[in-house]
Write a protein that binds this ligand. Structure first.
Ligand code: BGC
Length: 759
């Protein structure tokens, strides 16, 4: 057993084991042990738990607005709810005296728990729960509930559908009616504003000798168990909504018929996960904690990703309702890159969601006086802006703070243009570009052109009143990240106009009524947009006059100025605003996206400057600086930041509740960025031209790393140790791939073995 932290262990790097129960860990454990399949997420709670224990099953595409302010995904009734009593005395994990173990099996995507209790009359009874959210049948969550004893006892199992759910912002059930189906129960819900139908149906499989009272939705079964005859009870929860199918009740009943048992369902689920791991696993030798951390994060990234439909990956995935299950820039910049190289269809789905929501982005631009597509900072299903004007309170005055994420954080549009090009670069999917990509690029360029300002006395265009990725500094001008991305967005739009067939371009131009004088303007902006370049020391200024702000080093010292622990650090009066302390990577974010366009010396100058000024209060930040540090050959720093990022959900290092608001749940950007830290950071992967570039620099303790990646319809197995990079292609019949390793060029036919030892 390898110790990860107090009470947390792993055996092989494929499982996270918790060895003690603490009631105070309910939020963190519900997230850590979460199960999911991209359609729904079911928190890693116990069958007996209720809303006080943060039980939740969050379902994709169920956005509803119950309180008039927050549109969020719905938490559906819990059909796995089950309790136990032994000889009339309740059994509960909360009061148990005896053994405890809870495991997240990453390979099989299952969670298990085993809890024992010794009763006053001497009998020791244990309850073993196993649950999984089927990857093969996305609408089904399965549970096996086993009760064993060392003495003969009478037990009563109560089970049902718990509709008293934990919902963050109001009650989403305008109507909820129970119905009976083949002796089991279901609940038919109509949501508040969306008026969606949600069906939750249970299926119970009782031991033959169970005497079940079938009269109430919450039913009791009586059994007599002995040491050689434990009780095995199986329960399935079926969830179908009117956004998935036209007749959800019929589909739910059909699934009810198809479910035979836990083991049969598990087989298909395991097979699906074997296939997932084949494309996503990263094997690490030499550091078991890193191995576990990487797999744990990849698992959480995968279960948060919808694959059944073009939907976004929420910032907290399907682990809770926080962050509204909405689309953020996190999706394109933190989650999508892995899928570009593992399963580009998923990347495509994420971008198709952005295409589906183009009208919302156009409407937002128009409303604010701009042209083209200004994507929402927090996007709902139709591209509507879900980010409210007011969401933080000044704890010192009690007044609401007006933040401007929803109107000034314009880089989200350009980030989408970047993602479109990354997808196209990785896949050469012309059809995607013709059907979706070009239109997005042109509308984003159009927005960009309408957002810049011409400054005659400086003879240049500038971009004023924005927020860069570092959200503590609002209302700033010429943010390096935003300006650079803006120029990039214009360039790729022009490239698209010049590269794709004139027929396609004519069609798209006609659809969006793009005029030639707009294109002339784009050329002019590309030539004359202010792009902050490195100063004499090689450092790029984050925005105009950033260098004039007070230096506080290290940034963590800023905390001493707080009057109240709960104060917001940012705009307009927070303690970070007039200092160089930043919430998250900003210039480094830019350098990581365009990592091969900066020299190692520039990477060094910037990471050395910005890392001590970065608070890393966003879960996005450590991973970006970890990659930046690897590019700068600051390997010790890179490793520290890598582990910082890995541990966010693994060790539950972030606050779960702030000012009474739940912000816990899984940090999907950090989960997704794990792949990037290994591949873009430690292996130094980038795409260049038609080929791939590697610059391997492994962490000290790693003796070997191995993964599989996908590029332009080809599968490549990448293995590196301290001395060698080994590449092996699966599809030998296809055109060879050009590869650059440590600035030397090679051609990958079937295999390449390249020495990377430091000379
Ligand atoms: C960060 C944003 C991020 C959002 C959702 C915020 O705390 O500042 O960059 O998009 O969280 O993860």
């Amino acid at each position: 057993m390898h110790k990860i932290a107090d009470d947390l262990k792993t055996k092989t790097g494929w499982e996270l084991i918790k060895t003690a129960y603490h009631a105070s860990d309910a939020i963190g454990d519900g997230t850590r042990f979460l199960i999911g399949n991209g359609y729904l997420g079911y928190r890693g709670t116990f069958a007996e738990n209720t809303k006080e224990d943060y039980v939740a099953c969050v379902v994709t595409d169920t956005w509803d607005n119950a309180d008039g302010k927050w549109e969020e995904l719905v938490t559906v009734p819990n059909a796995l709810w089950t309790t136990l009593s032994v000889d009339g005395t309740p059994f509960s994990v909360k009061t148990h005296h005896g053994a405890f173990e809870k495991t997240l099996d990453l390979k099989g995507a299952l969670n298990h728990s085993s809890v024992s209790h010794t009763f006053n009359h001497g009998a020791t009874v244990s309850v073993k729960e196993s649950k999984f959210a089927s990857y093969a049948l996305k609408h089904v969550v399965a549970m096996r509930y086993e009760v064993a004893t060392d003495q003969a006892v009478d037990i009563a199992i109560t089970t049902g559908i718990d509709s008293d759910v934990w919902s963050m912002n109001g009650n989403h059930f305008a109507k909820s009616d129970y119905f009976i189906h083949e002796g089991d129960y279901g609940v038919n819900i109509t949501t508040t504003t969306a008026k969606d139908t949600i069906i939750v149906l249970e299926k119970t499989v009782w031991p033959e000798d169970a005497k079940v009272d079938t009269k109430a939705p919450k039913r009791k079964a009586h059994l007599h168990i002995t040491p050689d005859k434990p009780c095995v009870f199986e329960k399935f929860m079926i969830v179908v909504t009117s956004n998935d199918v036209t007749h959800p009740l019929d589909v739910a009943k059909d699934l009810y018929r198809k479910i035979y048992g836990f083991e049969a369902l598990k087989k298909a689920h395991s097979a699906a996960w074997d296939a997932l791991w084949t494309m996503h696993d990263i094997e690490i030798e030499g550091n078991l904690a890193d191995q576990l951390g990487v797999r744990f994060n990849l698992y959480h990234a995968l279960i948060a990703t919808p694959v059944h439909k073009a939907l976004p990956i929420g910032a907290r995935g399907l682990s809770c309702q926080a962050y509204q299950g909405a689309a953020w820039w996190d999706g394109e910049i933190y989650n999508m890159p892995m899928y570009l190289f593992t399963n580009p269809l998923i990347a495509k789905n994420l971008l198709i969601f952005r295409h589906k929501t183009l009208d919302g982005a156009r409407a937002k631009a128009k409303r604010l006086g701009y042209e083209g597509a200004f994507y929402p900072w927090v996007s709902g299903k139709r591209g509507e802006e879900l980010c409210p004007d007011f969401f933080f309170k000044d704890v010192l005055t009690g007044r609401d703070i007006r933040n401007h994420f929803n109107v000034w954080q314009i880089h989200v549009s350009m980030d989408i243009a970047y993602a479109v090009m990354q997808y196209y670069h990785a896949t050469q999917d012309h059809a995607f570009m013709e059907d979706y990509g070009i239109e997005m690029l042109l509308e984003i360029a159009r927005f960009t052109a309408s957002r810049v300002v011409w400054i005659p006395h400086r003879n240049r265009y500038e971009i004023h009143q924005v927020l860069g990725p570092d959200v503590y500094h609002e209302n700033i001008d010429n943010n390096a990240f935003t300006n650079w991305m803006a120029r990039y967005a214009l360039k790729v739009a022009i490239d698209a106009l010049e590269t794709f067939s004139s027929e396609t371009i004519k069609r798209v131009k006609k659809t969006i009524q793009l005029r030639d004088d707009e294109i002339t303007l784009w050329h002019d902006i590309i030539d004359k947009l202010m792009i902050p370049s490195p100063n004499k020391a090689g450092v790029i200024e984050q925005f105009d006059h950033y260098f004039d702000l007070e230096t506080v080093l290290p940034a963590s010292k800023l905390k001493e100025r707080l009057i109240d622990e709960g104060e917001y650090y940012g705009w307009p009066n927070g303690i970070a605003v007039y200092t160089q302390c930043i919430k998250q990577a900003d210039v480094i974010q830019l350098m990581v996206l365009f990592r091969n366009q900066f020299t190692e010396a520039t990477h060094q100058a910037n990471i050395d400057y910005y890392e001590p000024r970065t608070l890393h209060f966003s879960s996005l930040s450590p991973s970006t600086n970890a990659i930046g540090a690897a590019r700068a050959n600051r390997m010790a720093l890179s490793e520290t930041l890598f582990r910082h990022s890995l541990n966010i959900d693994l060790l539950n290092t972030k606050k779960s509740v702030t000012g009474g608001t739940f912000i816990g749940g899984s940090h999907t950007a950090a989960n997704g960025a794990t792949w990037q830290m290994v591949m873009f950071g430690f292996l130094g992967l980038t795409m260049e031209g038609d080929g791939l570039v590697f610059h391997p620099r492994l962490p000290q303790s790693w003796t070997r790393v191995k993964t599989t990646m996908y590029f332009r319809d080809q599968t490549i197995i990448v293995t590196a140790d301290k001395a060698t990079l080994y590449l092996k292609r699966r599809a030998m019949s296809m055109a060879p791939i050009s590869v650059s390793v440590l600035n030397r060029n090679y051609t990958l036919h079937d295999t390449l073995k390249i020495s990377i030892e430091k000379s």
